[in-house]
Design a protein around this ligand. Structure first.
Ligand code: HXC
Length: 510
């Protein structure tokens, strides 16, 4: 018996070595952890239970029958994060570059299926050269099996991808279909085809970093959500992030004890809005002052910074926040900010996370660049997302709410449950100057007349009371009471019931 047990230990030790010590050392020299070391950082100590440790590939081409490594390049199983169940797969770059074989895919699918059955998130630690080239169509089939599950799991369980090495080909399409993508700076890359293929096809010379590094994807493309300095920071941040999320669409948002009083007044908010309408202020200051303990987790902080999307808590319960940021492009809605916020709103709605919207928006960004690239369709995404969302929706207009952007930003007309305005709110079709120049065009040469008309327009619309008189604003509130109002509102709305009409699915303007 003892000999048999010892054999098991030996087999386990062999599996843990993956592609061998030399490749593990190479991974460390690049500043990267191994697949198992990453899991150790991600989940609670001692909580990880590995499955399929001894699965082997079934390829007999190109001498592969002589290169069989237990586990076949991916470590799969489940563990807990602060006591809550998560399923994890972690690709092992030391085994055929973490490439995906038929069996490697089967292992991932197995834990995805389990996660779906029990209702728990899947976290993928991706470090893969894509389809296992030696296996040909079998590995492509494996990818498609994973993709199909990504789609079925979308909106049912949270799916998080952490990109922790070079990920190419199929290795980027599965993450692309998950809810959030985190990357590690200077060591992770995502591209459909690498720099060599790019050079051959388009003659462009580009580095891996420029083509698909963490900075590229978290600023320019918006493919990834957050970039971290190293593996450890990324994994610890995933732990923090998972704490905000419900385990599935069938479970309530997590609740965390807080000492922050629900009715805390924040007097400094009464002076947050500058005297001049053209002066910016930091919307993140407002968010920090309103939410529990000033703690929030921002998604896509460096892409489309003119809109802020983040998770936070009120009375210990998770909320999603969407807020125009006057510090970037005056908080205007453009293509990128519309797409960013629309996706965030849809995630919150899918997982029953109430949405708080802080509005200070001068409108949609004009210009040929925006129009020719489809601002109509992209802006409509955000409009669509808010309009279809049935979760509790609380809106606070702090300053400008102009034009179509007023409608879009969770207005009363899109089934906003509680729509508040600060006394500094200005709700109008457009700013006074633009409005007067259009409706009094014939007086444009007469400076006094234009000034008088502008003052008249401001007097009429540069306040929240016209909208409030029509019931479009439920209450004009003192800024310092914002936290209390939101907390009260969320309590009221906890058992909100609202269903959209039956349909197979909607047809959001993609
Ligand atoms: C099999 C692979 C592999 C792959 C890497 N390796 N990619 N083995 N299939 N796809 C192996 C290498 O042979 C090497 O083995 C080890 O992994 C490490 O690779 P290196 O090239 O030495 O590492 P590095 O220089 O860091 O470069 C990493 C890389 C590069 C950028 C990922 O390996 C690369 O470009 N690989 C191919 C990427 C690719 O084209 N994949 C197929 C995409 S098509 P040894 O034994 O030397 O350690 C695809 C289709 C799916 O995915 C489409 C679905 C929509």
């Amino acid at each position: 018996m003892l000999a048999i047990l010892q054999k098991l230990e030996e087999k386990r030790d062999q599996a843990k070595l993956g592609g061998g010590q030399a490749r593990i050392d190479a991974q460390h020299r690049k500043g990267r952890l191994t697949a198992r070391e990453r899991i150790d950082v991600l989940v609670d100590p001692g909580s990880f239970e590995e499955l399929d440790t001894y699965v082997e590939h079934n390829c007999i081409d190109f001498g592969m029958q002589d290169q069989v490594i237990p586990g076949d390049g991916v470590v799969t199983g489940s563990g807990t994060i602060n006591g809550r169940l998560v399923f994890v797969f972690s690709q092992d770059f030391t085994v055929f570059g973490g490439s995906l074989s038929e069996r490697h895919a089967q292992k991932i699918c197995k834990i995805m299926d389990m996660a779906m059955k029990v209702g728990a998130p899947v976290i993928g630690l991706n470090d893969s050269g894509g389809a296992r080239i030696q296996e040909g169509v079998a590995s492509l089939a494996g990818y498609a099996e994973v993709f199909q599950r990504n789609v079925m799991a979308s909106g049912v369980i949270p799916q998080i991808s952490v990109i922790m090495g070079p990920c190419a080909g199929g290795a980027v399409y599965s993450p692309a279909m998950t809810d959030f993508i985190f990357m590690v700076k200077d060591s992770s890359y995502m591209f459909v085809t690498g720099p060599d293929v790019v050079k051959t096809v388009t003659n462009e010379v580009v580095t891996q970093e420029e083509l698909g590094g963490a900075v590229t994807h978290t600023t320019k493309s918006g493919v990834a959500d957050v970039a971290f300095e190293n593996d450890i920071e990324a994994l610890l941040s995933v732990r923090e992030f998972v704490d905000f999320l419900p385990l599935s669409n069938r479970q309530d948002v997590p609740e965390r004890p807080t000492g922050d009083a629900w009715d805390r007044n924040e007097a400094s908010l009464d002076t947050l809005i500058p005297d001049s309408a053209n002066k910016p202020y930091d919307m993140k200051e407002l968010i920090a002052k309103v939410v529990d303990e000033g703690d929030f987790f921002e998604v896509q902080p460096t892409h489309a910074p003119n809109i802020v999307t983040c998770f936070a808590r009120i009375e210990g319960r998770t909320i999603g926040i969407v807020a125009n940021q006057p510090m970037a492009l005056a908080g205007v809605l453009d293509i990128n900010s519309s797409k960013k916020a629309a996706r965030f709103v849809r995630f919150c709605d899918a997982f029953d996370i109430p949405i708080i919207t802080f509005v200070d928006v001068p409108g949609f960004l004009p210009g040929t660049a925006q129009e020719h690239n489809g601002i109509i369709k992209h802006g409509a995404k955000l409009l669509f997302a808010y309009a279809e969302a049935t979760v509790p929706k609380i809106t606070v207009i702090t300053r400008k709410a102009y034009g179509g952007a007023y409608d879009v930003m969770s207005s009363k007309h899109l089934r906003g449950d509680l729509n508040y305005a600060w006394p500094t709110a200005e709700i109008a079709v457009m700013g006074a100057k633009g409005a007067v120049e259009i409706i009094f065009r014939k007086d444009i040469g007469d400076k006094d007349k234009i000034a008088a008309r502008t003052a008249e327009y401001e007097e009429r619309f540069a306040n929240p009371f016209v909208a409030a008189s029509k019931g479009f604003i439920d209450e004009v509130i003192m800024p310092q009471t914002t936290r209390r109002r939101i907390a009260q509102g969320l309590r009221k709305l906890r058992n909100k019931q609202l269903e959209n009409p039956w349909k197979k699915h909607d047809n959001i303007p993609l």
